[in-house]
Design a binder for this molecule. Structure first.
Ligand SMILES: Cc1cc2nc3c(=O)[nH]c(=O)nc-3n(C[C@H](O)[C@H](O)[C@H](O)COP(=O)(O)O)c2cc1C
Ligand SMILES: C=C(O[C@@H]1CC(C(=O)O)=C[C@@H](OP(=O)(O)O)[C@H]1O)C(=O)O
Length: 359
């Protein structure tokens, strides 16, 4: 379905080459002041950067059509539109017959038939993360009211990895300064080169976005089924190109003993309970435990590459070689940092409303 959330419900609409894309957000209380410049800046963070992003140039102007008066919410669903203006659908026709390996073309045609809108990837396009990011910016504004903040950064691209721990402030500062949104300026250069090298080869690369929170109170999450980690994971898999998620020590936990993996408790400032390590990634029993939520999201290499690929002709039911033309991101990761933050904010706002952490 195209709607997520219980108390903060976000519906995404439109497709990559429709007149517009957008979102409807239900559940924002009346009387909340929204900063439209902030929302626009957040959406702009996912814009492609020259050479390492798609050449498709969209203004991505966030237009609020309903639910806001004098920048204050009125309590009715907030309707946001983002126009599509720089579309070129000409290169997509052939994927109806010869599906792109790695993209949604084949299963989408099998499911929806010839009516499936394949232009620009249709409803499966990474472009749908523009309205997601707008909704997330509003969620972030609501979370700021209870001092909850979110910061994500590019932790790896291809073989270039940033294994260091970074402070929240460092992430916030550095990711704005480099085109791959890394937390380390020197590693950012290597990451940039990794993308350029793959691109020169007509190829693509994947990578990891790491996301952290600050100020998340204890007890956010609604077990049994609407656990904090479960809701975050579901949301992350809505972002096109996501192949995995791990919290804290993640898969490495399988190689640790309990004595190493358990995060020991300490009393801080006489009143706060913290853990010395954060192998749990801030979540125990599906509830936040007062430590930063800490998870990594794995992105695959972009499917649309410019090398000859093996596919099939669905009309003739024969094998056929495919050569893709058009405008594509050689790497999704830098453009996914803002959507990961936004998607996290939407889930946290919903769960914080459900748990009465937000009035
Ligand atoms: C911000 C963003 C930009 C993307 N750009 C492209 C692109 O230019 N070309 C492409 O083939 N896939 C791109 N993707 C990924 C595809 O949309 C995605 O792989 C496809 O819809 C299939 O879904 P899946 O990978 O989740 O299975 C992008 C994803 C995101 C989040
Ligand atoms: C337009 C965006 O990215 C698009 C995501 C995308 C895909 O398959 O996901 C394919 C390309 O679409 P098009 O062929 O229309 O240029 C990208 O440009 C965007 O993110 O705003």
């Amino acid at each position: 379905m195209n709607t997520i959330g219980t108390r903060f419900r976000v519906t995404i609409f439109g497709a990559s080459h429709d007149t517009c894309i957008g979102c409807v957000i239900d559940g924002i209380p009346a009387g909340i002041e929204l900063d439209l410049d902030y929302i626009q800046k957040e959406v702009d963070c996912r814009k492609p950067v020259a050479l390492i992003g798609t050449p498709r140039k969209e203004e991505d102007k966030v237009e609020v059509l309903a639910g806001l008066k004098d920048e204050v919410t009125t309590g009715i669903p907030l309707v946001i539109q983002i126009k599509n203006s720089n579309t070129d659908s000409s290169k997509y026709e052939k994927f109806k017959i010869i599906p792109r390996p790695g993209h949604a073309d084949f299963p989408a045609f099998e499911k929806y038939g010839p009516a499936h809108d394949i232009r620009g990837g249709g409803q499966f396009s990474g472009r749908m993360t523009a309205p997601l990011t707008a909704a997330g910016a509003i969620a972030k504004e609501m979370l700021l009211g209870i001092d909850v903040k979110i910061a994500a950064y590019t932790q790896s691209i291809g073989s270039i990895d940033d294994p260091a721990e970074h402070t929240f402030k460092e992430i916030k500062r550095e990711t704005k300064e480099n085109p791959v949104h890394a937390a380390d300026p020197e590693i950012a250069l290597d990451m940039l080169n990794e993308i350029l090298t793959a691109k020169d080869d007509g190829d693509s690369v994947g990578g990891i976005v790491r996301c952290l929170t600050e100020g998340l109170p204890v007890g956010v999450g609604e077990p049994f089924f609407d656990t904090l980690d479960g809701e975050i994971a579901k949301m992350m898999f809505a972002i096109p190109g996501v192949k995995g998620i791990e919290f804290g020590a993640g898969f490495k936990a399988t190689k640790m003993r309990g004595s190493i993996h358990n995060d020991p408790y300490s009393v801080v400032d006489d009143y706060l309970i913290k853990t010395d390590t954060n192998n749990a990634g801030g979540v125990l029993g599906g509830l936040s435990n007062g430590m930063p939520l800490d998870f990594k999201v794995a992105f695959k290499p972009t499917a649309s590459i410019f090398k000859e690929q093996k596919s099939v002709n669905l009309g003739k039911m024969e094998k056929e070689t495919l050569l893709i033309e058009g405008r594509h991101d050689p790497c999704i990761v830098p453009r996914a940092v803002a959507p990961v933050e936004a998607a996290t904010a939407i889930v946290l706002t919903d769960l914080c409303l459900r748990g009465d952490f937000i009035a």
